[in-house]
Ligand binder design. Structure first.
Ligand SMILES: Cc1cc2nc3c(=O)[nH]c(=O)nc-3n(C[C@H](O)[C@H](O)[C@H](O)COP(=O)(O)OP(=O)(O)OC[C@H]3O[C@@H](n4cnc5c(N)ncnc54)[C@H](O)[C@@H]3O)c2cc1C
Length: 386
């Protein structure tokens, strides 16, 4: 369902109202304890925001990516951290597009109601890194089951999710005609697998992100966990990855807006040398530049969402949106710390927390270099570099 501007503005207001229940102290405490913001995720779920992209027939609101972007942008612009929950939106999309009717009927209503969380996406591995096609986790069919062995890294929210979308190799790389073949996608019920071949180990990171390492040791899952056809998993995740990049780009725009608003307010308030620091152009210009950069990136994010919503191949737009928005948010983060001087480092201002959180997005879910390589090769026709 495509919403008009007034309806999108109404969503913004509703998300803002929800976020007001989760002020800076809430996030500071979670950050200090490296604790999962379960109350916030539950509130987002109960309000229906996390089921925005789930069709109405499965209990969601059947909205388009542009509305999902508005939700995640507002979460960030309000000072909250959507990283605790954003995966549900884009991972669910892969289930929706490529899952069987049985899988959709079984899981989508439970995800929409909040009875089950689908927050974990197991792609990255320690040895293959960005080279996804070289991943080593193997899934071998044995009768009505697949037996999984291998390891994932950076599987965020695995401890707080019931389901994991897992990419594993079903045919060895040297036995497939094209290296994009032979990878398969599975919807793993982690509740059943935990302690039965599945082990999760948290990784402590510079920000509160609930990320983990996941080990599969003869983990047996039913063959019915396979999404779509065996060997086609890489193709299936590509369109989900475009949605992920656009959504995360929208979060970066929200972050940038938070930093700009915070810096502007502080520059107006803080008086040094008998006047507000914001009257100095050396303080004003970085804020103004950051604002212009953010507005430009926002246009690309909206355009990418539109191309995706119209059913086009949004590969180039999604990548550009993610790169430009993550650079805009990181520039804004740095500017905000500089504007606050020493207070930018004090926990109670939230600036240092948001600064740490914003740093992630030029690296994950795909690093800037790989986006540039994609544009160089696939859009500009330059030779492949790797
Ligand atoms: C907090 C966090 C959460 C994450 N959550 C998830 C998750 O939920 N699920 C998941 O599957 N993954 C997740 N990731 C993984 C993330 O997607 C990867 O870290 C990211 O894609 C980069 O891969 P890498 O770390 O293996 O870096 P590498 O591939 O080792 O690359 C390291 C550096 O080298 C550069 N580089 C590599 N190859 C080239 C090249 N050919 N040309 C130019 N530069 C190159 C990269 O740009 C990068 O800067 C997460 C990561 C983090 C840090």
């Amino acid at each position: 369902m495509q919403l008009d501007n007034d309806e999108l503005a109404e969503i913004r207001r509703a998300v803002r109202a929800l976020c007001e229940e989760f002020p800076g102290e809430y996030w500071r405490k979670k950050d200090r304890d490296r604790a999962y913001p379960a109350e916030f995720v539950d509130a987002l779920t109960k309000s229906g925001f996390l089921a925005a992209l789930i069709p109405e027939e499965f209990g969601g609101s059947g909205l388009k990516l542009d509305a999902a972007c508005v939700i995640m942008e507002e979460v960030q612009a309000a000072g909250c951290n959507g990283a605790a929950a954003h995966a549900q939106m884009y991972v669910m999309n892969t289930l929706l597009r490529y899952g069987s009717d049985e899988q959709k009927n079984e899981y989508l209503p439970k995800i929409a109601s909040g009875d089950m969380r689908l927050q974990a996406f197991g792609v990255s591995e320690p040895t293959s890194g960005t080279d996804t096609l070289s991943l080593k986790t193997r899934a071998v069919r044995e009768g009505d089951e697949y037996v999984i062995n291998g390891q994932k890294i950076w599987t965020s929210r695995a401890e707080h999710s019931d389901l994991m979308m897992l990419l594993a190799r079903t045919t060895p790389k040297d036995e497939v005609a094209k290296k994009t073949e032979g990878l398969s996608l599975f919807l793993v019920n982690m509740q059943e697998a935990l302690g039965n071949g599945l082990t999760i180990k948290p990784i402590r990171t510079m920000m509160n992100h609930s990320t983990t390492e996941v080990f599969f040791d003869d983990m047996r899952i039913p063959a019915s966990a396979l999404i779509g056809e065996e060997g086609k998993g890489f193709r299936y995740i590509l369109s989900g990855m475009n949605a992920e990049r656009v959504l995360i780009a929208a979060e970066c725009i929200g972050d940038a807006k938070w930093f700009i608003e915070k810096a502007t307010a502080y520059a107006n308030e803080r008086e040094v040398f008998s006047g507000p620091i914001g009257k100095n152009q050396g303080v004003q210009f970085p804020i103004a530049r950051s604002y212009a950069q953010t507005c430009a990136a926002e246009l690309m994010v909206r355009h990418a969402a539109q191309v995706y919503d119209e059913g086009g191949n949004a590969g180039a737009e999604a990548n550009m949106a993610k790169m430009l928005a993550s650079e805009a948010s990181w520039t804004a983060a740095d500017m905000c710390v500089q504007t606050h001087g020493g207070f930018g480092f004090a926990e109670e201002y939230d600036v240092e927390r948001k600064f740490r959180e914003a740093r992630l997005y030029t690296v994950a879910p795909i690093s800037t270099n790989l986006i540039l390589s994609y544009l160089a090769e696939h859009v500009l026709g330059l030779p492949r570099s790797y």
